[in-house]
Design a protein around this ligand. Structure first.
Ligand SMILES: [Zn+2]
Length: 299
């Protein structure tokens, strides 16, 4: 990849691989297999990553594993090998034939640390999938209590770290995607500093923070606990403080609110909760809570 033309092509291929994985574009499965043969290491790496994401979406698992397995051993680019190994892990039982190689990589001291680590993690996951199949351990959907098959178990466990039957899996998957889209659609209110927020309450908070000259991130994707991805409304990097505006009152919303508040607490994060009833006295509330965290507003 020496001249700018090549770099542009590389960029295009890489972006394409990422998009396929992100959109779960199963129809592009063969395109990904082709991308694995690209001369760009970055495109190969991202194609492998995307293949891992499609693992539980009904693609031909044996074909994917057959394409990935030799790359795990021989790709000249170690980071590409790392992503290939992660992708093989996602194929669980279907990658059982790679266990021998993966064990070697996990134990080989001449391998890079991250390759050893991810190979060991893949071995563990694949062995677990095999064990479940062998023992025919009975697993039940956490949502509808139906008995789940080994495939269903592997699929939902890999994607959500939860056990769902296929039907519930699809519903949860859609709910998540719809939620993400809804958040973007709901951002219609512009605060004075130009941040586009979802509600009047959020606007008030955003404007209070910017009036005080406080740096904040709005709706940043954050990972609080390994399995739970949390999107805080506001994060104040200078104080390491989170502010959530709990603006709704439906039972479903409250359930997720309690769960989120519990996670913050478990992780020892500093959270300021703001409710609609607080808005008339917002200045006093934020001032006193932030005082507790060592912030003394000048204005
Ligand atoms: Zn179910």
């Amino acid at each position: 990849m020496k001249n700018p033309m090549d770099r542009q092509l590389e960029k295009r291929l890489s972006e394409r691989a990422v998009a396929i994985g992100r959109e779960g574009e199963v129809a592009a499965f063969r395109e990904l297999l082709d991308l694995l043969g690209s001369s760009s290491a970055n495109a190969r790496r991202l194609a492998a990553s995307a293949l891992g994401k499609l693992a539980w979406m009904g693609v031909e698992q044996s074909r994917a594993v057959a394409a990935l397995a030799p790359m795990a051993r021989h790709d000249p680019h170690p980071q590409t090998r790392q992503y290939v190994i992660k992708a093989l892990k996602a194929y669980g039982m279907a990658a059982a034939g790679c266990l021998h190689d993966l064990r070697d990589m996990a134990q080989n001291p001449s391998e890079k640390d991250y390759i050893q680590r991810d190979a060991a993690s893949a071995v563990k996951f694949i062995e677990e999938a095999i064990k479940i199949a062998a023992s025919q351990a009975e697993s039940y959907c956490q949502r509808c209590s139906a008995r789940v098959s080994v495939d269903e178990y592997a699929r939902s466990n890999q994607a959500f770290q939860r056990v769902f039957c296929d039907r519930c899996f699809d519903e949860v998957f859609l709910e998540r995607r719809n939620f993400e889209m809804q958040v973007e659609i709901n951002k219609t209110i512009e605060a004075r500093d130009g941040t586009v927020v979802q509600s009047e309450g959020e606007r008030r908070i955003a404007e209070w923070l910017s009036a005080k000259g406080m740096a904040y991130r709005y709706d940043a994707k954050f990972r609080l606990i390994a399995e739970f991805q949390i999107r805080p409304d506001f994060y104040l990097p200078e104080l390491d403080v989170y502010i959530e505006y709990w603006g709704m009152d439906t039972p479903q919303y409250k359930m997720s609110m309690y769960k989120k508040q519990m996670l913050y607490q478990q992780e020892g994060k500093r959270l300021i909760s703001v409710y609609p009833k607080d808005l008339p006295a917002l200045d006093g509330l934020l001032r006193s809570k932030l005082n507790l965290f060592g912030f003394l507003p000048q204005r």
